[in-house]
Ligand binder design. Structure first.
Ligand SMILES: [Zn+2]
Length: 246
């Protein structure tokens, strides 16, 4: 296999590795997105539950007030019965005052109960709106979660195809070159092979020496950028539009 073909294989290998890294990053983003979706639903559910608790509290308060009013009413009835048996005007006046106070208290508690009823209605409406929002969130979440399952399957399928292509490309270059490629890739942020265009290495954006540019045009050797050490090639030399005259 000619060096030009080896360079071509390295070029494609690099492309496959970039795609594999993308697929991996996308696949890794899935669990994060899943947590976000679940957290979003949890927030909506919490808001709905908090409002339910608030309504329960209001209802409890209302029942307690109603019990107080009922008890006071019984007391007033009993006292009114006793009024007839009272002999002294002083006692009569005292009990009448007690009855009066109890009645007023009942009236004011009754007013508070009415306010609570209005409040309970407001909270019930708010619960309805929150319930609607929660339902929307839940169905939206379910849809997206199902989509994520499909995407995960798609990523896995793509990774299998890319790895197969990678294994095939790896057979086209000798182990020593492959090892060199892997070492540079590890040290250089995943990019081991890069183009030279306009006399500039696209890996580090530095000019390459003119002498090296001449060598690269021949595509007859594997060269490294003197600055970033990546394997460099001139695209039109590696993949000429028309085959060069041999
Ligand atoms: Zn470079």
């Amino acid at each position: 296999m000619s060096l030009r073909e080896k360079l071509k294989a390295l070029e494609e290998l690099q492309q496959v590795d970039i795609e594999l890294a993308e697929v991996k990053a996308e696949a890794e983003a899935v669990p994060r997105r899943r947590s976000e979706i679940e957290a979003d639903v949890a927030v909506a559910r919490k808001a709905w539950e908090a409002e339910q608790d608030r309504l329960a509290g209001i209802e409890r308060e209302k029942r307690s007030q109603e019990q107080t009013v009922a008890a006071e009413r019984d007391k007033v009835k009993k006292w009114e019965g006793r009024l007839a048996e009272i002999r002294t005007p002083r006692e009569y006046a005292a009990l009448s005052r007690e009855i009066d106070i109890a009645r007023k208290t009942n009236e004011s508690v009754g007013e508070q109960t009415k306010l609570l009823t209005v409040q309970a209605e407001e909270v019930a409406r708010s619960i309805e709106a929150l319930q609607e929002r929660l339902d929307e969130k839940e169905s939206g979440a379910q849809e997206e979660l199902e989509g994520l399952v499909l995407r995960e399957a798609e990523f896995a399928r793509r990774a299998v195809a890319l790895n197969a292509r990678r294994a095939e490309l790896a057979t086209r270059v000798e182990p020593a070159i492959l090892q060199r490629y892997e070492n540079i890739r590890k040290r250089r942020g995943g990019i081991a092979v890069t183009q030279v265009t306009g006399g500039t290495c696209r890996g580090c954006n530095r000019q390459i020496p003119p002498q090296m540019a001449i060598i690269l045009v021949r595509a007859n050797s594997i060269e490294n950028c003197p600055n970033c050490n990546r394997i460099i090639y001139v695209p039109e030399a590696v993949s000429p539009a028309t085959p060069p005259a041999a």
